[in-house]
Design a protein around this ligand. Structure first.
Ligand code: BGC
Length: 911
């Protein structure tokens, strides 16, 4: 490096400015803003430190909690206060006060001190409210509509009652759940805006109830309430075997409305024998079938006091233990983006089809006018076939149908509620009048996960790939992480979730989403430690323990810990992780695990016209051994983090033996693996299975293999996520770029070139001649191969966590692949990290942003021999004197505090 120029912006005024401006923002409690209905004994709060000055670190905080929002700012009525704690912790700080009471609002504030000598003001007041913490808090009884038999696809049940409130309610909370799916109404208004409640959990062990603030829906005098109940995951068809009544054969409701009057007295209205039941307009509804709605039977007054229910039947009261009840702890499913038709057209077969331009998961919104009894029939699908006809064969038994029978009174609107559909296209039959883009729109429905990451670059195909990855995530994060959202499956496949989790954590905040699902993983894990193929487990108890699938038990908690710094996830999952590793150990002999059924490198490259014997088959037990080691490594880390020293020692010793067994069984003396595939080398290298001295040659073999396939990948579900990462780790980023930018099959961009708007299940779901892969397994919305997203953030723009939750950050961009610019942002628990680079006229300009209360290390690519000029921008601060660029091979590494920085230097290296 010849010389460095520092451009400094008005740094002197900065410190005075900073004195007034230190503050906190984005206050959350258990990842939510002002949550209602929390049953966590010691809730954890987080905040972001905001400062206009560079290099800002929190040095101390104070956190106080009270039960009265008015007196809290005066420091009165305090339930607990931390006092000034010397600590830089601003993420997931635990409440440590007295045991929390049920149904109580707790108000809290925080203030912070920084390393520049500033103190913030107390933050605005936030709150959390507890749920029903004791079993005795529930006085409601389970009630069930009377079903004629336990067949499925029956009409949704309506349940209602009226009640009188003697005084004006000051506050009211509804605690409600169901066996099946529910939608609650009070006085003609829908309660809340959540979809598919109570969500899908291993119901027999965890059944979530939701809490709603319904104060504004109630009045003094007579009130009415009604709930619709549908089969949902609880007893509707599930899995390709179309199993029914998986959790029970009756839908049911548990409903408790706690009302507090202005004078402090209270009243409770519950589900009990006073409720009446009937059926209404939803004649049939289930997840795979769809919904049949007869609007002639719709009486919108049914949840108002005007409705006469004397002809309705009584309900059955049922008794179930409430031991499985838990306050909702996963992010709820809500409606998100709405799409208008981009094209309405007739197919060669003469069918009317609407194209929404995006493969999405959710449902349609129908607006229609016509005669009573006319029926609109809609089918949903993802693709058109080669002839441009509506193609449904890959949906298998899932009908994805909506049948709407008109009431015949003016303009009618309708959307399904208790089913969801995977689709880009709909076929419309029987629509009265002319179909316009306003007639039917589509709404995406998925779990609430704040968007955290974005990635763009100069290659539009890669941008579309990123778009497809994000839409694959939206469509398959519908309360549980599913394999696919359209055919008769939609299950929480552990392998798929495991390979995609790291990418998912870049795109959106998925910590609470996975924390919920992992609880079910533990709940459904067999006593011998075997982890089911799918969670919640709707398959047999022997559908367990496949390598790379079951390892979701160890991998996902570690990934969440790295991304969010949430030790609780590790603690919660620790015994489950251990049990899984123990299972592998018990099923191995001398630490060689070569028994049992495994899916292997699922959907690896296998040419259709395979006449020359080419197929990238990797020995399944070789894979199993790699995951045995990987999971053991995750245990070592978890044990270290949680301070379980003897476990750490035990697993460290075990890992050596597992690797020895691997080398003995699968590696030749000269370093060749028994399976000469990309996946074999990728897993062996990524999981450090090979002795140091053989890693270089193994990488060369991998590179040669990629080249033998003409710069194509041949990996399946298990090899794909780490392929580019391994190449980069061993200095072959240019090969990784060649794979990323490859446009012909098999590659990530091939589906993009074929018009994909989501990630496909198979590399060749649609072949170059527009025919399809086998309909038996050909989803066009399967996120697994989207796992490349991780490498794009991590290597192209170089954003990586260097300490859990991004308390320390590394930004190490590696330009390549003929890209001239790339940019990514990531909202971490501390604030925004950004990295963007641009190459123009032989100069690279790199801008990075490091959030407050973190430190970053920026590694400037190919900068060691350049004339380096560093410009600090936007956030003024003390001079950058402290910067000590150090040559690191070809690169330059700089440690930085919070702020935005731009670097500019001559660029010589670009492929
Ligand atoms: C699913 C996959 C899953 C696989 C198991 C398929 O039917 O769609 O994504 O991981 O089965 O091999």
């Amino acid at each position: 490096m010849r010389h460095i120029i520092l451009y400094l912006l008005a740094c002197c005024i900065a410190n005075t400015l900073a004195a007034q401006k230190l503050s906190v923002s984005d206050l959350t409690c258990e990842y939510q803003s002002n949550p209602l209905g929390l049953d966590v004994p010691q809730p954890r709060v987080s905040w972001k430190v905001v400062s206009p000055a560079r290099n800002t670190l929190q040095t101390a905080y104070e956190f106080r909690v009270g039960t009265d929002a008015k007196t809290l700012p005066r420091g009165q009525g305090i339930v607990w206060q931390s006092g000034k704690v010397t600590s830089s912790q601003s993420v997931l700080v635990s409440y440590k006060g007295p045991a929390l009471l049920s149904r109580q609002a707790y108000y809290w504030q925080v203030r912070v001190w920084d390393n520049h000598g500033n103190t913030s003001a107390w933050s605005p007041i936030n709150r959390w409210e507890t749920a029903l913490l004791q079993p005795a808090d529930w006085t409601a009884k389970w009630i069930e509509p009377i079903l004629s038999n336990d067949s499925v696809n029956q009409p949704a049940a309506l349940l209602r009652r009226s009640f009188t409130l003697t005084k004006q309610p000051a506050s009211a909370r509804l605690y409600v759940t169901a066996h099946g799916l529910y939608e609650a109404h009070i006085n003609g208004k829908r309660v809340g805006d959540l979809c598919l409640t109570p969500g899908w959990t291993s119901y027999n062990k965890h059944l979530q109830y939701q809490t709603y603030d319904v104060t504004s829906l109630l009045k003094q005098g007579t009130n009415a309430t009604g709930v619709i109940l549908a089969e949902g995951w609880y007893r509707g068809e599930l899995t390709w075997d179309l199993r029914t009544n998986v959790y029970g054969n009756k839908t049911g409701l548990l409903y408790q409305l706690n009302v507090t009057y202005t004078d402090g007295t209270s009243e409770i209205i519950t589900s009990d024998s006073q409720w009446k039941t009937s059926t209404g307009p939803i004649r049939k509804t289930s997840l795979y079938y769809g919904e049949a709605f007869d609007a002639r039977r719709d009486n919108p007054a049914w949840t108002t006091t005007d409705f006469n229910d004397s002809a309705w039947q009584g309900v059955t009261q049922a008794s179930y233990s409430n031991i499985n009840l838990v306050a909702a702890y996963g992010p709820p499913v809500r409606k998100h983006e709405t799409f208008k038709a981009v094209r309405i057209f007739k197919t060669p077969k003469g069918e009317t089809v609407i194209d929404f331009g995006q493969n999405l998961v959710g449902w349609i919104n129908l607006t229609v006018k016509g005669r009573a009894g006319e029926t609109v029939r809609i089918h949903h699908t993802e693709v058109l076939d080669k002839q441009k006809n509506f193609y449904i064969d890959n949906l298998r038994a899932a009908k994805q149908e909506v049948l709407y029978t008109l009431k015949g009174q003016g303009t009618e609107t309708y959307s399904p509620r208790f089913a969801f559909f995977g689709f880009r296209y709909i076929r419309v039959q029987g629509y009265p009048g002319e179909l316009t883009p306003e007639s039917i729109t589509a709404t995406a429905v998925y779990s609430d996960m704040p968007a955290t990451g974005s990635f763009t670059c100069s290659n539009p195909l890669i941008n579309q790939l990123q778009h497809n990855i994000q839409w694959g995530q939206k469509g398959n994060f519908v309360d549980v992480p599913t394999d696919c959202p359209q055919r008769d499956e939609r299950l929480g496949w552990t392998g798929d979730a495991q390979v995609f989790a790291r990418t998912a954590a870049y795109n959106m905040n998925v910590a609470p989403f996975f924390r919920k699902w992992l609880k079910d993983l533990t709940a459904d894990q067999r006593r011998d430690g075997a982890v089911p193929f799918v969670i919640p487990n709707a398959l047999d108890s022997n559908a367990v323990a496949s390598a790379g699938w079951a390892d979701a038990a160890t991998i996902i908690p570690s990934v969440m810990y790295r991304a969010y710094g949430d030790t609780m996830i590790l603690k919660q999952q620790y015994e489950s992780m251990k049990a899984w590793v123990r299972y592998m150990e018990q099923h191995s002999k001398d630490y060689l695990w070569n028994t049992g059924f495994h899916f292997g490198d699922w959907l690896f490259y296998r040419p259709f016209d395979d006449n020359d014997g080419r197929a990238a088959v990797t020995d399944k037990y070789l894979i199993a051994q790699c995951f045995f080691a990987h999971s053991t490594q995750r245990m070592i880390e978890a044990a270290r983090i949680l301070g379980r020293t003897s476990d750490e020692q035990h697993y460290s010793a075990q890992l050596l033996k597992i690797k020895e067994a691997f080398v003995k069984e699968y590696l030749t003396a000269s370093g060749r693996l028994v399976s000469s595939t990309q996946t074999a080398y990728v897993l062996a290298l990524h999981f450090d299975m090979l002795p140091e001295h053989l890693r270089k040659s193994a990488t060369e073999r991998l590179v040669q293999n990629v080249s033998d396939y003409g710069s194509h990948l041949t990996t399946g579900f298990l090899g794909t996520p780490y392929l580019c990462e391994v190449l980069s780790r061993y200095g072959y980023t240019s090969v990784a770029y060649a794979l990323l930018t490859q446009e012909s099959y098999p590659s990530w961009l091939y589906p993009v070139k074929m018009g994909a708007t989501t990630i496909w299940e198979r590399w060749d779901g649609m072949k170059p001649d527009s025919t399809f892969q086998t309909p038996g397994m050909n989803s066009f919305n399967h996120y697994a191969y989207g796992a490349i997203g991780d490498w794009m953030y991590r290597t192209v723009t170089g954003i990586k966590e260097n300490a859990p939750g991004y308390k320390e950050i590394v930004i190490e961009p590696q330009p390549g692949g003929k890209l001239t610019h790339a940019q990514a942002n990531l909202e971490t628990p501390y604030g925004r990290v950004a990295s963007s680079w641009k190459i123009n006229n032989g100069t690279i300009t790199l801008t990075v942003e490091i959030p407050t209360n973190t430190t970053g290390r920026v590694i400037l690519p190919a900068a060691a021999r350049a004339t380096l000029s560093i410009r600090a921008t936007e956030k003024p601060g003390p001079p950058l004197n402290g910067l000590t660029p150090t040559a690191d091979g070809n690169n330059v590494s700089i440690t930085l505090g919070s702020g935005t920085y731009t670097f500019e230097y001559p660029w010589t290296k670009i492929e």
